[in-house]
Design a protein around this ligand. Structure first.
Ligand SMILES: NC(=O)c1ccc[n+]([C@@H]2O[C@H](COP(=O)([O-])OP(=O)(O)OC[C@H]3O[C@@H](n4cnc5c(N)ncnc54)[C@H](OP(=O)(O)O)[C@@H]3O)[C@@H](O)[C@H]2O)c1
Length: 332
């Protein structure tokens, strides 16, 4: 009887502990366990050749700084070479890396015909690619019924087709070596539905379907790992660079203060890489709780998403910043 009481008390303590952890969490609990008890990025990524796309801004830029500090050799890609040069300069200033340890490879994800040459260029310089971080991408802020079909095509080209193309080229090398890591930055919209982002969500859903299937196809290569990272709102230029109703129309700037700091997101991505985690969610509450609802109780998730989504659309139509007013009903 006494033993049962002790066991019961231990169970209650365990659940209270897990509840407190969950309420304070800014990532899924598997990732947070890996942060506490798993491999550190310092022990796994130093000296690796890591190719980061979308390195000219936001999450990719911050990842490059943190990787440089770890001593990873870097390949920095994006379309804007001048921005990449600035990122390279800062990487050199904050690390012990030398000029030859950081290669700039300007690359447009939507121009797939250039991806093979870019990969050969990297292999010629470093002789190997240990990690590919598929981070480059663009978001969307517009309602489906008001958005041109061209915007849907463009979102698929950059977020999905471009990533598939580069991954296929780099994988040829990894398969020959029987070793490598491919990490792709998807989004929580890669598995949940979000208004104003129907094309973006579709492109990230497509990406996740591709990567999950690819992981199974590569089952006979245990040292090649495919990881998917799903961030919620993170401070970056993602909203101002987002597609809107028309290809050429830009989105307004938004308040970033309520979003996760870029540094924290980048650190959690590095922990995902170091621990070969298949899929991680990086989001503060209440977004993290919504991810869990979508995964385990979809009926409740649909109900809640409908309520929050209606407010988001209402705020968007009134011209209120839809990204900093998810849970706000009336803003005048
Ligand atoms: N920030 C968030 O809240 C959030 C949430 C979930 C997921 N994500 C994902 O995180 C990734 C990084 O986004 P971010 O938040 O850091 O946004 P960001 O600051 O706008 O950075 C996007 C990066 O992608 C590059 N890029 C855009 N179009 C490209 C193209 N056609 N070819 C090559 N590179 C291209 C940009 O460089 P150039 O313009 O120089 O080409 C830039 O370096 C994206 O995949 C995004 O979907 C972000």
């Amino acid at each position: 009887m006494e033993l049962l009481c002790v066991l019961g008390a231990l169970c209650v303590l365990y659940f209270v502990f897990q509840l407190i952890r969950f309420l304070r969490a800014d990532a899924d609990l598997t990732l947070l366990w890996a942060e506490l008890l798993g491999h550190s990025p310092e022990s796994k990524l130093s000296g690796n050749v890591v190719w980061v796309t979308g390195a000219s801004s936001g999450i990719g830029e911050e990842l490059s700084y943190q990787l440089a500090k770890l001593g990873s050799r870097l390949v920095l890609s994006a379309r804007r070479e001048n921005e990449l040069l600035k990122v390279k300069q800062k990487c050199l200033e904050i690390s012990n890396l030398e000029d030859k340890d950081i290669l700039i490879v300007p690359l447009d994800l939507t121009n797939a015909s250039t991806h093979e040459a870019a990969t050969e260029n990297v292999l010629k310089h470093f002789g190997q690619i240990d990690v590919l971080v598929n981070n480059g991408g663009r978001s969307q802020r517009s309602l489906c019924m008001e958005t041109d079909l061209d915007v849907y095509r463009a979102l698929l080209e950059v977020n999905y087709v471009g990533t598939v193309s580069l991954t296929k080229h780099v994988l040829q090398h990894m398969v020959q070596r029987k070793k490598g890591k491919v990490i792709s930055i998807s989004s929580v919209t890669g598995f949940i539905g979000v208004p104003l982002s129907s094309g973006y969500a579709a492109s990230k859903h497509a990406l996740q379907g591709f990567l999950n299937s690819l992981r199974v196809e590569l089952g006979s290569y245990p040292d090649i790992t495919i990881s998917i990272v799903c961030p919620g709102p993170v401070q970056s230029k993602i909203v101002e660079n987002a597609y809107t109703e028309k290809i050429e129309k830009s989105a307004p700037t938004t308040d970033q203060s309520s979003k996760m700091p870029t540094e924290r997101c980048a650190r959690l991505i590095l922990i995902t890489i170091a621990n070969n985690l298949y899929e991680t969610w990086i989001a503060e509450q209440p977004f993290l709780a919504i991810c869990y609802l979508w995964q385990y109780t979809p009926t409740w998730a649909w109900w809640l998403t409908g309520k929050i989504g209606a407010r988001r659309i209402q705020n968007f139509k009134r011209g209120v910043d839809a990204d900093s007013s998810y849970f706000t009903k009336k803003i005048n």
